[in-house]
Ligand binder design. Structure first.
Ligand code: AMP
Ligand code: MG
Length: 338
């Protein structure tokens, strides 16, 4: 029996009423499902952290329903932010900017900056506008597990922990938004996502890539984005990334055949594998791989796999986002065959 009410697309007004009343609503976005509450209500924000089991020092993203509302959330809007907003909003891009005083410190986890995004999903947009406020929302998973991209994932993690779930079907992008900080001397990529570095550089020029995007943080290093220091996106199974040619990958994985061993592969590998496999999509299609990754990680666990050998995604375009999540799911463990 479900404990939490599922609302359909005709019931957005009910969801907005819950937000206005200080409740928690899971909302669909084009990236992943978000766990939303009124960004200006500190008690509601505290309940987000409780529902997820999220560490209090990991800040939330504030979602707006129109570009003009950016000024309600931040205290300063640099030219670069306006350029990025007009090029990529609504869309899977989050900007870190100086925080407006009215945003409670719980949202920014004590930082003087706030992360803001205008999501490109009609239900999210309608919910935000109808609620008459801005909605703070992290991904709607239990802290540490893969972000939910389908209703069934949300139910598995959040049933009984939130007031309502708004059903929006499957999320189109499938990975969390790109996060870019605009508060330093140079724009800095904190988390890769559906809007790529290459696309943004065409609009605002050179972007620095935070080292934590691709590499493990060193002991004692402070995270530019607090979320990056946590073990993230991880299934229960151990994941190892295998770097090598198509043939080397298939040969290696088949040589490891045993109970509980599986493969996180590309469509082209599937017919050649002798272990249970979970395909991310075609080798050349990073967008499909992004959409499928979190669902694949959950399926690996559901199938009782305890050790999964994964393909190494390419690291340009959307591939960088797939790599960034998978390398964390693998605890940075890479097996280099080539
Ligand atoms: P989630 O929506 O759960 O994927 O988490 C939001 C991500 O944005 C986390 O990785 C946060 O650490 C990051 N984030 C949120 N606010 C800020 C901020 N003010 N500065 C840097 N990173 C932030
Ligand atoms: Mg998250």
């Amino acid at each position: 029996m479900m404990k939490t009410k599922i609302l359909n697309q005709n019931e957005v007004a009910k969801a907005a009423e819950i937000i206005r009343g200080g409740g928690l609503v899971v909302m669909p976005t084009e990236t992943v499902y978000g766990l939303g509450a009124d960004a200006f209500n500190p008690e509601a924000i505290a309940n987000i952290f409780k529902a997820k089991g999220r560490p209090m020092d990991n800040p939330l993203i504030v979602h707006i329903g129109k570009i003009e509302d950016l000024k309600r959330v931040v205290s300063e809007i640099p030219e670069t932010a306006l350029k990025l907003a007009s090029a990529f909003w609504p869309g899977p891009l989050t900007m870190v900017l100086p925080k407006a005083e009215e945003i409670p410190v719980q949202v920014s986890a004590g930082l003087s900056t706030v992360a803001v995004r205008y999501p490109a999903h009609p239900l999210a947009e309608t919910l935000i506008l109808l609620s008459g406020t801005q909605i703070a929302a992290p991904s709607a998973n239990l802290s540490g597990s893969p972000s939910p991209t389908k209703l069934e994932h949300v139910i598995a993690d959040m049933d009984g922990r939130v007031d309502a779930i708004l059903d929006g079907g499957e999320c189109e992008v499938g990975l969390e938004s790109t996060v870019i900080s605009l508060v330093g001397d140079k724009p800095r990529l904190l988390r890769p996502g559906g809007v790529t570095v290459e696309e943004m550089e065409k609009v605002i020029g050179e972007i620095e890539i935070d080292p934590a995007v691709t590499d493990k943080m060193k002991e004692g290093q402070t995270a530019a984005s607090p979320g990056m220091k946590y073990k993230h996106y991880a299934p229960k199974a151990k994941v190892v990334i295998v770097k090598g040619t198509d043939e080397q990958y298939v040969h290696y994985v088949n040589s490891k055949k045993a109970k509980g061993v599986g493969a996180i592969c590309y469509d082209e590998d599937a017919p050649k594998l002798h272990v249970p496999f979970f395909s991310l999509g075609p080798k050349a299609d990073s967008t499909a791989q992004a959409r499928n990754l979190f669902s694949v990680l959950r399926s690996v666990d559901d199938a009782g796999i305890t050790l999964a050998y994964a393909r190494c995604p390419k690291i340009d375009g959307v591939g960088l986002a797939v790599y960034n999540r998978l390398i964390r799911a693998a605890g940075f463990e890479v097996m280099a065959l080539a």
